[in-house]
Write a protein that binds this ligand. Structure first.
Ligand code: KG4
Ligand code: ZN
Length: 351
């Protein structure tokens, strides 16, 4: 495909956001994001305090085609201009993934175009390549989302080595569960972070699980229990200390993430760190990582703020980069499957 420009449609539907995007790739230079559109189901799930998988799937069905029409209209393209349809194959909620996979394969079959199933976390970790100042391989990636907390060594597209990961809750989950205990609703991460700005982190002493474990693994379940203990102790008085407890929770999560990221930089000897996934939007994390990395001459890259959480752009981008790196991926086989559990370091590598 070298020199020939192709148009890639990307569809993301692994959890509670339907994302669709168009990326153009000429096979040589950095693929270009032409347009992306997103529908967040957050409001719908809020009433239940968390994602309801069946409702998520049904809403993806309602949103995916209108979003596709929207990105096509935005760029002046029609369906027949699409050369490749990429979709999130996993990990994620099975029913939600099946919607994106089903629509992508139906479009592929109808248009007689190849399809490509993408790993959701590969999408996240390649998303900073859409920014004006993209990172250079090799780098360490800190993947921090609602379902995953991992440190990866990334030597190139498809070349991922797991350095460490959470043994229980993910960082996003720790934010969400603590926020729920503080009465902040779902998803709690952004709300807890906003509240924390008015609080005093030193007001509560919370644990930093596995901080000195000597490896690059994380654990956040104990932190949630410690927050619960404080909430119970405070009882009615919680309302007077809510911001302080939010600040202490955020400080504990951020300290562990920063500390382990620095240890990963030391262990690998690399000088570039990529932070991706929803928690990568956290202001405190960006601030503290920024300070710590500047001191050690480590460059930190983030995706644009709007591309930190789930989106279709990262799926189309990952497809474009996989095509460019010569992994023979796209297929005209339209009998799809999804992989709700799928380790990133097990995906296909370049030949
Ligand atoms: O990557 P993402 O959008 O979805 C998954 O693949 O899980 O990440 C969502 C997670 C949620 O747990 C959410 O609370 C958290 O990212 N999050 C934040 C912030 N924005 C999103 N956590 C802390 N601070 C934020 N500003
Ligand atoms: Zn995600």
């Amino acid at each position: 495909m070298s020199g020939e420009s192709i148009l890639i449609l990307g569809i993301e539907s692994s959890c509670d956001e339907t994302g669709v995007a168009l990326v153009q790739s000429d096979g040589n230079s950095m693929p270009r994001l032409l347009a992306h559109a997103l529908h967040s189901q957050v409001e719908m799930h809020q009433a239940y305090g968390g994602v309801v998988p069946e409702l998520a799937s049904r809403d993806h069905i309602r949103r995916v085609l209108p979003l596709t029409s929207h990105v096509l209209a935005q760029t002046g393209h029609s369906l027949s201009d699409i050369d490749l349809v990429a979709y999130t194959r996993g990990p994620g909620l099975a029913g939600a993934l099946l919607v994106g996979a089903g629509v992508a394969c139906a479009l592929g079959a109808a248009l007689d175009r190849p399809v490509l199933g993408i790993h959701h976390l590969e999408g996240h970790l390649l998303s900073p390549f859409m920014s004006p100042d993209p990172p250079q391989f090799p780098f360490v990636a800190l993947l921090v989302s609602g379902g995953h907390t991992q440190l990866m060594r990334v030597d190139g597209v498809g070349q991922y080595e797991l350095l460490g990961e959470t043994i229980d809750d993910a960082a996003g989950e720790a934010f969400d569960k603590s926020a729920k205990l503080l009465g902040l609703g779902y998803p709690g991460g952004p709300a807890l972070s906003r509240l924390a700005e008015r609080g005093e982190a030193q007001a509560f002493k919370l644990p930093r699980p596995l901080l000195h474990s000597g490896n690059l693994d994380f654990s956040f379940a104990g932190l949630k229990t410690a927050v619960l203990t404080q909430v119970r102790k405070l009882g009615e008085d919680l309302k007077n200390h809510q911001a302080d407890l939010a600040a202490a929770t955020e400080a504990a999560i951020v300290e562990v993430l920063v500390n382990k990221s620095l240890k990963a930089m030391e262990a690998t000897g690399l000088g570039v760190l990529v932070v991706a996934g929803g928690v990568g939007a956290n202001r405190k994390l960006r601030e503290q990582l920024g300070q710590a990395c500047t001191k050690r001459q480590v460059r930190v890259h983030y995706p644009a703020l709007e591309l930190c959480s789930d989106n279709g752009a990262m799926i189309a981008m990952a497809a474009a980069m996989r095509m460019q790196s010569g992994i023979q991926p796209a297929s005209r086989h339209y009998g799809f499957d999804v992989l709700p559990r799928w380790p990133l370091d097990s995906i296909e590598r370049p030949a």
